[in-house]
Design a binder for this molecule. Structure first.
Ligand code: FES
Length: 114
């Protein structure tokens, strides 16, 4: 029995794009998420846990597990499974806890004035 495939690749979706991962240039297939593109290129360590430095790689591929966090174009803690890959991206693996901006105490009036 033959059947028509349920999924079709968009025209040009697999055209390779050039990205940098940890300062190493690499070509990956386009038309997919950063996570999918890097996995295709053989990347297996996307981040390390803050406590034990255990390596992590994408697991759910749908924005739920946060094991795919990387720095993309200088912005840390991006879910690479939720970001489309594009030519020229600079991606870095993420080690340890992310840096958060300092918390500035505000009065309730300041919060509601936004
Ligand atoms: S792979 Fe789970 S949030 Fe990205």
């Amino acid at each position: 029995m033959t059947s028509t495939p349920l999924f079709k690749t968009l025209p040009g979706a697999d055209a390779p794009v050039r990205v940098w991962f940890n300062d190493q240039p690499t070509r990956v297939p386009g038309g997919r998420s950063v996570a999918a593109a890097l996995l295709t290129a053989g990347v297996s360590r996307f981040r390390a846990t803050p406590v034990s430095a255990s390596p992590r790689a994408p697991y759910c591929m749908m924005g739920a597990c946060f094991d795919c966090l990387v720095e993309i174009d200088g912005v840390p803690s991006r879910q690479s499974c939720m970001v489309a890959v594009r030519d020229g991206m600079r991606v870095r693996s993420q080690d340890g806890a992310r840096n958060l901006p300092p918390v500035v105490a505000q009065s309730p009036e300041q919060v509601y004035d936004r």
